[in-house]
Design a protein. Structure first.
Length: 148
């Protein structure tokens, strides 16, 4: 299932990418049902940057709420209030970020489990490994104000 969101005029809702390190280093607030609209903004902005981006946090579009989107396979997944609940297999890697110039070294876990709320505000649990887990951890760091 993919989301296709358009404005009332049929336009994509792409948002500008936040590049201010002070804003990005602030911890995000819990999302509520009123923040469901962020799925649309994140989906459209991720699609607009699909050549250089595989995940995004709401603070990257200027909203300090605990919402992320990750792209793996054909389907993007939006997670509201995601929490890392299990992790294993630490390794070193290097990552870039749409909000920051260049790339930086960081540590990630090979396998993770994340609890979150879905678009219907139902609790979910997802297990990720490899690159999908790395993407998710990068976006989870954004929610904590951690810049790589």
């Amino acid at each position: 299932m993919t989301f296709s969101f358009l404005s009332k005029r049929g336009e994509m809702m792409e948002k500008a990418i936040m590049k201010d390190p002070f804003f990005l280093s602030q911890i995000s607030e819990e999302a509520t049902k009123e923040d469901l609209y962020l799925a649309q903004d994140l989906q459209d902005t991720l699609r607009a940057h699909q050549d250089s981006c595989v995940g995004m946090a709401a603070n990257m579009i200027g909203v300090r709420k605990r919402v992320i989107i990750i792209q793996f396979g054909l389907m993007p997944l939006v997670l509201f209030n995601p929490v890392l609940v299990k992790k294993e297999g630490v390794y070193e890697t290097e990552e870039g970020c749409l909000s920051l110039a260049g790339s930086r070294k960081t540590s990630r876990f090979e396998k993770i489990q994340v609890s979150y709320r879905d678009m219907n505000w139902k609790p979910q649990l997802i297990s990720l490994e490899g690159f999908a887990a790395q993407i998710c951890q990068h976006e989870l760091d954004h929610l904590e104000g951690i810049l790589i």
